[in-house]
Design a protein around this ligand. Structure first.
Ligand SMILES: Cc1cc2nc3c(=O)[nH]c(=O)nc-3n(C[C@H](O)[C@H](O)[C@H](O)COP(=O)(O)OP(=O)(O)OC[C@H]3O[C@@H](n4cnc5c(N)ncnc54)[C@H](O)[C@@H]3O)c2cc1C
Length: 412
């Protein structure tokens, strides 16, 4: 009897588990590995902000999952997972039932709007490739409209861009966005009409940005944002968002027509036939070996889970998801060989944050540095993480062209 390993999700966690297991069990008659994902591609999220700001072509930051799976093409199902039956051990998608012996859950997360009125309806997000394309289109479309607007107050409102959330996604996006709006579009429009009215505001509900980073990274990043004339509002909680206003607990509302919400995530959920341990925010609670306690044949990793021992819990990052994937693959191999599973231990390799062209901040243990070298390191490391050589070359070419020519401002 073949052991059926089914991986749900083709993101950082899912593809890494697949690649580790495939290396071990390829052509092994005892094991069959398959993957289910609602998109047919793997998305390299760390470069999403570069698509939104015209630095990279959208198709260069995705990899078709069938290419990732390579030789075992029949084992990929493009489908949305709806439920899991833990008793009879099968997964239901919108079109079929897929039986499993061992299940790997890596469905990632979605944007959390914390039920703030108008946020979901009126704000843009940056979680998917569609989001990044929509955002780039918005920047171009609103500049186009503003260039025709005669009323100065309305034009200012059109050219005020607000990013909510001072975490790494919000900070990287606003730094790159400001350069795209001011530097690139300045060459395409009359500067008196557009560039002089552009205003970028970052809204953070805490006293500092980048709270999960070293304090020196926070200071350096804030200084860079301020040098770029980005306004940063601290301790500011948003109460509602309308198509033209951002209302806050304290202070006057911001007049802006483009708001981008990067302030939080919550796990993607799936229906279980039984009660599974979850946090109030719906994250699944797993044991140190990354298994569901009552259902050890189910492994969970990435943004969907938290580990029961609080101080062992890794952050919701791609770096953590790929490290967890290694443990999940090892533990599945051990189960198949009849050995005991091992606990996951997270050791962070370091953190990198890009802050526009030629500038980044790096944190490795207690060493923090910034500037052009950190930026080169950021690009080199992320380039090496892209799965295929073909896409690495394409991204490198896009980046090289950007050094000599303005970014592409065609609207899709
Ligand atoms: C803009 C942005 C920038 C980021 N930058 C960084 C960074 O620089 N460094 C870093 O370490 N992390 C970064 N992250 C975080 C990182 O992307 C996530 O932590 C990581 O992707 C989590 O991996 P995952 O496998 O849990 O989920 P994902 O990579 O999101 O994969 C989830 C997969 O599940 C599929 N899926 C979802 N629901 C269903 C369903 N119902 N049925 C079938 N398939 C489904 C999706 O299509 C996807 O393939 C960034 C995230 C964003 C949004």
């Amino acid at each position: 009897m073949k052991k059926k390993i089914v991986i749900l999700g083709g993101g950082f966690g899912g593809t890494s588990v697949y690649r580790h297991l495939h290396r071990t069990f390829h052509r092994d008659p005892r094991v069959e590995i398959s993957m289910v994902s609602e998109t047919n591609y793997f998305l390299f999220t760390p470069l999403l902000h570069e698509v939104a700001t015209g630095s990279l072509n959208p198709e260069n930051i995705i990899e078709p999952l069938r290419s990732v799976i390579g030789c075992c093409l029949t084992n990929f199902h493009e489908a949305k997972v709806e439920s899991i039956n833990t008793k009879k051990k099968f997964v239901t998608t919108h079109e079929q039932k897929i039986p499993y012996d061992i299940l790997v859950l890596a469905l990632g997360s979605k944007t959390n709007f914390y039920s703030i009125p108008g946020a979901e309806k009126n704000a843009f997000t940056l979680k998917s490739l569609d989001d990044a394309i929509a955002l780039k289109n918005r920047f171009i479309e609103i500049c186009e409209e503003a260039s025709e607007e005669k009323d100065i107050e309305k034009r200012k409102e059109m050219l005020h861009f607000v990013v909510v959330g001072g975490g790494p996604t919000g900070v990287e996006l606003i730094a790159e966005m400001q350069e795209f709006l001011v530097d690139t579009l300045r060459r395409q429009y009359d500067p008196k009409q557009i560039a002089r009215y552009i205003q970028c505001t970052l809204v953070q509900n805490e006293a500092e940005i980048l709270t999960q980073f070293n304090p020196r990274v926070r200071t350096k990043s804030l200084r860079t944002l301020q040098k770029k004339r980005i306004t940063v509002l601290f301790n500011t909680s948003i109460t509602s968002i309308t198509p033209t206003r951002v209302h806050m607990k304290n202070g006057k509302p911001l007049h802006a027509r483009t708001v981008i919400w990067t302030a939080g995530i919550k796990p993607r959920t799936v229906l279980f036939d039984t009660k599974v341990p979850q946090l109030p925010n719906e994250k699944l609670i797993v044991s140190a070996s990354l298994q569901l306690k009552e259902n050890p044949s189910i492994f969970v990793l990435g943004d969907m889970m938290t580990i029961e021992t609080p101080n062992a819990c890794p952050p919701a990052t791609a770096q953590a998801a790929t490290k967890e994937a290694k443990t999940v693959a090892k533990n599945i191999t051990r189960i198949i060989k009849g050995l005991n599973v091992k606990s996951f231990r997270y050791h962070e390799s370091g953190k990198l944050l890009s802050l526009g062209q030629w500038h980044a901040v790096a944190e490795f243990k207690y060493v923090v540095f910034s500037g052009a070298f950190a930026w080169w390191l950021w690009r080199t490391i992320y380039l090496s993480k892209i799965i295929s050589i073909r896409k690495r070359i394409k991204v490198a070419l896009d980046w090289t062209f950007n050094l000599f020519s303005p970014r592409d401002i065609s609207r899709f």
